[in-house]
Design a protein around this ligand. Structure first.
Ligand SMILES: [Zn+2]
Length: 188
């Protein structure tokens, strides 16, 4: 009899803490040429409180996490997505089923090897380099006070003020653009 009561209490406590939340999702792959390797090698990692789960994506890049409680979920992908790794936070209500679609790029879209031809206008006449780190512009003048270039050749004010590079900031990552097209206003 006593065992029955214990079992009953145990059963009730299991219902009380039932975790029937569910998260379904799918990666929206940007570099579709890498579909095969991404579908074979990519994991979705979920952290909820002290629980950490990881699942390999299915062939269609979808994934499912079952038995989730009401919690804040933190989701990220391994290997990381480019440009920068992103952690998604979402909250699950009791027994809620949520679906998320996550944009994913398995490779850095920027490459120095691609050269300085703008991918939009297909030209390079309005393309300037992006300079990272601390830079400053030095002005040269001759003894009469004329503006010159660094070789001492006199230049006009317009030439002096011509933009020859774009400041890329001081934070350097392993995936960043090398060129800027002034015509199309894009980094690449
Ligand atoms: Zn362009």
């Amino acid at each position: 009899m006593r065992i029955n009561i214990l079992l009953f209490l145990l059963f009730m406590s299991l219902i009380g803490f039932s975790q029937n939340g569910k998260l379904t999702g799918k990666l929206i792959l940007k570099d579709v040429e890498n579909y095969k390797s991404v579908s074979e090698n990519t994991f979705v990692i979920l952290k909820a409180g002290k629980r950490i789960d990881s699942v390999k994506v299915n062939h269609d890049l979808s994934f499912v996490f079952n038995n989730l409680g009401t919690d804040t979920l933190r989701i990220f992908i391994s290997p990381r997505t480019y440009l920068t790794n992103i952690i998604y936070n979402l909250c699950l209500k009791e027994n809620e089923i949520k679906h998320i679609e996550i944009p994913y790029a398995s490779v850095c879209p920027y490459s120095e090897g691609k050269g300085n031809i703008c991918p939009v206008c297909k030209k390079n006449d309005k393309v300037i380099p992006i300079v990272y780190g601390f830079t400053m512009k030095i002005k040269y003048r001759d003894k009469n006070g004329n503006l010159t270039d660094k070789n001492g050749k006199i230049i006009s004010k317009e030439e002096d003020e011509k933009v020859t590079s774009k400041q890329g900031g001081c934070v350097i990552t392993d995936c960043q653009p090398n060129w800027f097209c002034q015509l199309d206003n894009i980094d690449f």
